[in-house]
Design a protein around this ligand. Structure first.
Ligand SMILES: [Zn+2]
Length: 424
């Protein structure tokens, strides 16, 4: 199957390309990139008025299968990814059973194969994510995991964490860490601050995140391991990473659209729908996140796509689970919040969602070029639309962005040369 994608503005941050070019794909690969291409046998896709970019790489997604199929399955999560322009994703291991051995890696990959999405399961750091016994990192690496993480249940035993870093370093695997001190945050629902005071609820303090980032930075420096801070949300957290990078520590970080778009005030309006870990923070934090994205301290935009059932999210704020879906809205929210506001050039926004996360994980993805996989997203950067959770193909409808007007709409998603999503 050949496709000739004609007349689009090709933006490929990895190669510094931003030009009106045609793209010819054949058998899952990009075979030519150039002006005025022709190919008699190819199906033509008219991309005039659209941006053609590498398929998005989302390195933080909860697909929930095995174990929590009422929230999401690999199939529905991958359909949501396709609708959002995401062609490669890292699936978090907090399933049941957890992805702590090669069998579960194989199971998730097997379920993902027919979807067309490149799903890379991350391996758990500890058996059952219980924080007690390290998994077999070498076996997980052989099974294909790109990284290790106990996301959601961060390791509190520092001797164990230090040994995990030493072993991960020896195998060249990054450690992705959800940075919040568990004793300080318990199962609290909101940021500690004005809103927690107003609601008379205990809060999750920013210091709980910052201490753990500092701890990880120091252990990374000590062991030489590569640590990646998940979903960074506080101003001081960004500053710690900025300073560590300047010292040459191998640390990177990611954030999510909710942290550069919403503040803790959203909890007053939307209750449990705005509950997420780490929690939505203050306006000053939001601005620091935006500054970190602009100056290169923050390396990737991810979703932390965390579907829950309607019943679960209908619980009262202190009892509802944390998390929000994001795969179907991340590109639009990033374009709306960062590009259309003039904060970041388009190329930089796309780099944060393609080439940069691919590079962090050592993946041969996130870029266009002859001979590369034909993973692409074609989108209209200016099209205004209203986010409607009823239109989601994810099982999860838990978004705080329902009803929000955004700019930037995915028209086609192509993975390994096949159209896996087409608008309408
Ligand atoms: Zn997390």
């Amino acid at each position: 199957m050949q496709f000739l994608i004609r007349g689009g503005r090709v933006v490929d941050p990895a190669h510094g390309i931003d030009d009106k070019l045609d793209i010819l794909t054949d058998g899952g690969k990009i075979v030519r990139l150039g002006k005025g291409l022709t190919a008699d046998a190819a199906q033509v896709l008219d991309a005039s008025g659209l941006i053609a970019a590498p398929g998005l790489v989302d390195m933080h997604v909860h697909l929930r299968e095995p174990g929590f199929e009422a929230k999401e399955t690999v199939a529905t999560g991958c359909a949501a990814a396709a609708r959002g322009g995401v062609t490669t994703l890292v699936a978090m291991p907090n399933t049941r059973p957890a992805t702590d051995c090669p069998d579960i890696v194989k199971l998730v990959c097997g379920k993902a194969a027919p979807t067309g999405i490149n799903v890379l399961p991350a391996g758990a750091v500890t058996v059952g994510q219980k924080g007690q016994q390290l998994t077999d990192f070498a076996a997980l690496k052989t099974a294909g995991v790109p990284a290790l993480t106990d996301d959601g249940v961060p390791i509190q035993n520092l001797a164990l964490l230090r040994r995990a870093m030493q072993e991960a370093k020896a195998l060249g695997l990054p450690l992705l860490d959800h940075c919040e001190d568990r004793d300080m945050v318990q199962n609290y629902a909101v940021n500690e601050g004005e809103v927690s005071k107003r609601l008379d609820l205990p809060g999750r303090p920013a210091i709980a995140e910052e201490l753990q980032i500092m701890r990880d930075v120091m252990l990374a420096e000590d062991t030489g391991a590569y640590v990646h801070v998940c979903h960074i949300s506080t101003a001081k957290g960004v500053d710690i990473v900025r300073q560590a990078k300047a010292r040459g520590v191998h640390v990177t970080c990611e954030t999510c659209p909710q942290y550069f778009t919403l503040t803790e005030e959203e909890v007053l309006r939307q209750g449990a729908m705005a509950r997420v870990n780490p929690p939505l923070r203050t306006q000053a934090d939001l601005e620091a996140i935006r500054a970190g994205l602009a100056d290169g301290t923050i390396d990737a935009i991810v979703t932390d796509h965390a579907p829950h059932t309607a019943e679960e999210k209908a619980k009262l704020l202190p009892d509802a689970p944390s998390g929000m879906v994001g795969l179907e809205t991340s590109l639009a929210l990033a374009l709306t919040g960062l590009y259309h506001t003039g904060l970041l050039p388009l190329r930089r926004v796309l780099a944060l969602m393609t080439a940069s996360p691919a590079a962090l994980l050592g993946l041969d993805k996130g870029t266009l070029g002859e001979g590369r996989d034909a993973d692409l997203v074609l989108f209209d950067p200016d099209r205004e639309w209203v986010i409607d959770k009823e239109q989601f193909v994810s099982k999860g409808r838990n978004t705080p962005f329902h009803g929000r007007t955004v700019r930037g709409k995915v028209k086609y998603t192509i993975s390994r040369g096949m159209i896996i999503y087409q608008e309408g």
